[in-house]
Every structure is written in structure tokens, then in C-alpha cells.
Ligand binder design. Sequence first.
Ligand SMILES: NC(=O)c1ccc[n+]([C@@H]2O[C@H](COP(=O)([O-])OP(=O)(O)OC[C@H]3O[C@@H](n4cnc5c(N)ncnc54)[C@H](OP(=O)(O)O)[C@@H]3O)[C@@H](O)[C@H]2O)c1
Length: 293
Amino acid sequence: MYRVLITGINGYISQYLYLTRPNHLEIEGASRQIDPAFIEYINPQIKLHTLSLEDDIQLQLKNIKTDFIIHTAAMANLSECQKNPEQARQINVKATKSIAKWCAQTGTRMIYLSTDIVFDGEHAPYSEDIIPKPVNVYGKTKLQGEQAVQNSMGNFAIIRIALTLGRAKFNRINFIDWVMVKIKKGEEIPLFTDEYRTASAVKHLAQNIWTIALSDETGVFHQFGASRLSRYDIGNLICKELNSGMDLIRPVKAADMQDCPRPLDVSLTTHRTVDGKKLILPGIDEVIKEVVQ
Ligand SMILES: NC(=O)c1ccc[n+]([C@@H]2O[C@H](COP(=O)([O-])OP(=O)(O)OC[C@H]3O[C@@H](n4cnc5c(N)ncnc54)[C@H](OP(=O)(O)O)[C@@H]3O)[C@@H](O)[C@H]2O)c1
């Protein structure tokens, strides 16, 4: 049986990786805190390891044996990264480098989740062969994480994913959940009209991550939905689907948010195939019913 270790097992995308896991895999999870409620939720049988990305990684991984790692754990909040660049470098760059070194030493395949935010937003759509030029700390540290993986070994897949949408399953709030809470409370919903992403549905994305992870393909892959939409467009789709809240949406410009520079259009495209097929996901407009459920 193939063994896989998922870092950040309690994170948003990991929750869906767990839900869509192929049957023939033995899954182990790593998390900085082993939350008893999470163990109860996920499966009391799954083997969990403690892994803090701010402590000695090699030491913590010493007794772990696995065929591949899906490294999802990261400091993934743009604003937090901008406020705490040193911590972002430690978590997104140095820890990724240590995990990559450990993978190289142990012959473990490494799947690293990266982001569309590695691009500057001025030349969309971006395929895998465009050179990234991040404009904020989150994008810069995720790109340096990619470079650490590429420089450490050959058996890796870097998956740059677009904005990912769908209800969070456990202890997380996705954009969709945030909009739905606002509608319920009758609160104003400020949404960018000028920041474009090729968002995908998290369940479909998770299935494609497994396909790439289990293939023999290496290198960089883009994963995204087929439609280019702003958060304002997506908010309107959500409200329309739920038949409420349209009057609560307030259009805003990305520049109105002073916390962090944001690339305006990081729409992705791809020239990569896996087993002869391009893995492009449906646009959020096509699957909106599913993502609000
Ligand atoms: N969600 C998206 O739309 C999106 C888009 C593009 C790329 N990505 C990338 O996809 C990956 C997963 O994203 P996500 O949305 O699932 O993120 P998430 O829900 O924030 O999960 C991140 C995970 O990382 C863990 N983590 C953070 N700091 C840590 C530390 N110091 N030590 C150990 N673990 C730590 C978190 O643990 P705690 O639970 O203890 O905080 C959590 O389990 C990230 O690499 C992100 O850059 C996500």
C-alpha cells in the first residue's frame, strides 16, 4: 500500500484531500497541534504526527516513512504575511526547504502547493513557462518555497492553484462561508471589482491534486477553473444562487485595501498534461450550486 503524509492536515484544502482520498492509499497527517475534535471529525484511526514549521523539521520527520508528501501547510493569509515577513519566510521558505531536503535524502516524492499570487497580475493569463514576479510577501515566500523544492530534488510536482472555493468542513472559513455569514447577518459585503482570478471548486481541485500526485509527472502545474471572474462577480453568483443578499454587495477596488499590494489579474492557463490530458477545472459559474452547499 502507498503511504502519503499530508502536512497541515486540518487546513482547508487538506480537509478535501482527505475526503477525496483514493482507497488504495494509507494516509497520515501532520499538524502543529493535534486537536481532539479534529481527530474525532477526520477519523480516529488516521495516524497523526506533530509538525511545527517553526521548529527543527528534520528532527520532527526523523521517524516518519512515507512514499510521498503533499505539503499544504503554509502561512497563507496575505495580510498576515505582509505584517510578519520574517515568520512568513520561516514557514513558507525555510520549512519548505527542510522538508524538500528530507524528501531528497529519503527518496520521497514531494508535492508542493503553491499559488497564482506568485504572478504580478499584469500579463494574464499565466502559463507554467511565464517567469513569476510576485508583488507581496506571501507571493515572494511561496515562490522561494518553489525554488527550494526545485533546487533540492527531481521527483517533485509544484501545483500552483488559483483561488479555491467551497464550504469549509472543519474549523475554517472560506470566502463562500464568509459571504454566506454576511448575508445571514444582513451585513454589507465589500467585494473587489478589479481583482480577477480563475477560481476553482475545492472538491474538484482536490481530485486533480491526487491525479498529479499519483502520476509520474514532475515539474510545475497550474490548477484553475475555466472562468475569469472578480470576487464581485462571484459574490453576485452566490447571492443569485441563494436567492438573497444582492442588495448587500458593495463594489470596492483592490487599491482600497491598504494592508498588502495585490496583483490585479492572476488568471491561469496551462500547457501541461497529465497522462495525455489537460486538467482544467470547470469555472465557478458552472458549479456554483455545488460550492454553496
Ligand atoms: N485556499 C486557497 O484559495 C489557496 C489558493 C492558492 C494557494 N493555496 C495554497 O494551498 C495551501 C493550503 O491552503 P489552505 O487554504 O488549505 O490553507 P489553510 O486552511 O490556512 O491551512 C494551512 C495549514 O498550515 C498549517 N500551518 C500554518 N502555520 C504552521 C506552522 N507554523 N507549523 C505547522 N503548520 C502550520 C495550519 O495549521 P493550523 O490549523 O494549526 O493553523 C493549517 O493546517 C497553502 O500552501 C496555500 O499557499 C491556497
